[in-house]
Design a protein around this ligand. Structure first.
Ligand code: C5P
Length: 304
């Protein structure tokens, strides 16, 4: 610690999977109303903020070459937004240690935005209230508030209005990354194209799914998993159907596209099944890498 505050602040932040993603019709502002049941998973990025001459972003990790290091990075935007609200020049170096798949439907970019916000708040001694931080998160993107909060939550509106949910146990997951990313706006556009001429119901959370989450009931959750964006992701990337089939053939009771994809998620009963399904998926030609993880996981947390 120096007289002006800590030399650096590191924040750990989880990835997410959507166990229910119910999508309504496109709104006038181009976004879609959602009933989005988020579950944080134990794959973490770490963002370290240190004082610097000017705003700078660096990134390390297996997918680091795919991460934009300019002002479009949500970590940089978070520092700018917080600084602007508090009259602080965002002279900060943000280093991202990246383990969450990039452009994968697991909110990796959103996670870095939430983590950078919390890290800059601590570094600058801004003392922003939780409400203000959540407000900035919502400005950064629809999934960013959940990255801050973690655990399990229902997101309504465009996904940014959160109601915390109870979870009654640990859920085990396998994730398979694909070759190449998928653009979230492109997947929503494909959703609109596929929905043309149909009246879409107002999105609502499934009670069976909420009950399964609250009880820690893996079988019940497996039966209730649903992602309305999955047909759109499969339409853009048909080979993802082979990945889903490979995971099911390896014994996963449930398989779905994570968010807008192309990462696929497999819910399994325990850590042993996770290791077995991950090994089988690693051999599938449509799979780039696999990860195992558990839910729920804590939201963005200062670790130094
Ligand atoms: O909020 P965020 O910047 O993460 O959204 C990225 C894009 O995903 C939006 O520009 C929009 O095309 C699409 N989207 C949507 N409806 C939502 C959330 C995102 O159409 N509820």
């Amino acid at each position: 610690m120096s007289a002006t505050g800590p030399a650096g602040v590191t924040v750990r932040v989880p990835a997410k999977v959507n166990v229910q993603l119910a999508v309504g019709a496109a709104r006038a502002d181009g976004f879609h109303d959602l009933a989005n049941v988020f579950l944080a998973v134990s794959l973490y990025d770490r963002v370290t903020a240190t004082p610097a001459e000017e705003l700078r972003v660096t990134c390390a990790g297996p997918d680091a070459d795919q991460v934009p290091l300019d002002r479009t990075n949500l970590a940089a935007r978070a520092a700018e937004l917080l600084g602007a609200r508090h009259g602080i020049e965002p002279r900060v170096h943000l280093h991202i240690d990246k383990a969450i798949p990039v452009a994968g439907g697991m909110a990796g970019g959103s996670a870095d935005g939430a983590a950078a916000l919390l890290a800059c708040d601590a570094l600058w001694g801004t003392g922003a209230s939780r409400e203000e931080l959540l407000d900035i998160c919502a400005e950064l993107g629809s999934d960013v508030p959940f990255s801050l909060v973690g655990g399990a939550a229902l997101g309504t509106g465009r996904g940014e209005l959160l109601t915390p949910l109870e979870t009654g146990g640990t859920f085990h997951w396998v994730f398979a990354t694909a070759h190449g990313g998928l653009s979230t706006p492109a997947v929503f556009r494909e959703f609109d194209r596929l929905a043309e001429g149909r009246d879409l119901p107002v999105p609502a959370a499934s009670q069976d799914l909420l009950d399964a989450l609250a009880k820690g009931d893996t079988q019940g959750l497996a039966a209730a998993l649903v992602n309305d964006l999955q047909p759109a992701a499969l339409s853009l990337r048909p080979e993802l159907a082979d990945t889903l089939a490979a995971g099911r053939a390896a014994g996963a009771p449930a398989a779905l596209v994570s968010g807008s994809g192309p990462t696929t998620a497999f819910l399994v009963p325990d850590a042993e099944s996770a290791a077995r399904v991950a090994a089988a998926l690693a051999a599938a030609p449509t799979v780039r890498t696999t990860r195992t993880a558990t839910s729920p996981a804590r939201g963005a947390t200062v670790v130094t």
